[in-house]
Design a protein around this ligand. Structure first.
Ligand SMILES: [Zn+2]
Length: 138
């Protein structure tokens, strides 16, 4: 292709005179696929900029979008996490109450050791609930 950049000292000969390829040729698709992979699965715009340093393909963005839509690693990386469907919260759980107003603990150790393990927790819980009850906001 001709252009006005022939005398540019910064551009290579391939950049000033890129090879013109047909839009619907298999070679264009292969070149787009190759550049997409060597550029670490980059997007269509940055891939197009790098391809157009050597080749000129009309409507290259649409070809690249087709290549990227068929690319399995890009499809896997762009997948959104599945949001689980959850039921509404029960009204009993939405009532305002003090912390640790109702709590439970499962113990899987012998009772004698459990009592010694639980006593400091009970002291901590009673102390924290005493501190929180003194606040007038609740
Ligand atoms: Zn990809």
């Amino acid at each position: 292709m001709g252009g006005r950049l022939d005398r540019s000292p910064f551009l290579s000969d391939a950049a000033t005179h890129p090879l013109l390829l047909r839009k619907k040729s298999h070679l264009s698709t292969l070149i787009c696929n190759y550049y997409h992979k060597i550029l670490f699965h980059s997007g269509p715009r940055s891939t197009a900029v790098n391809i157009q340093k050597k080749f000129w393909i009309p409507s290259i963005i649409s070809i690249l979008r087709g290549v990227i839509s068929k690319c399995i690693p890009c499809h896997r990386l762009s997948a959104k996490p599945i949001q689980p469907k959850m039921a509404d919260v029960l009204p009993e759980r939405m009532q305002r109450t003090y912390p640790f107003a109702s709590c439970a603990m499962e113990v899987h150790i012998p009772l004698k050791r459990a009592i010694f393990a639980i006593i400091p927790l009970i002291k901590l819980i009673s102390l924290s609930s005493y501190v929180l009850r003194r606040e007038p906001s609740i």
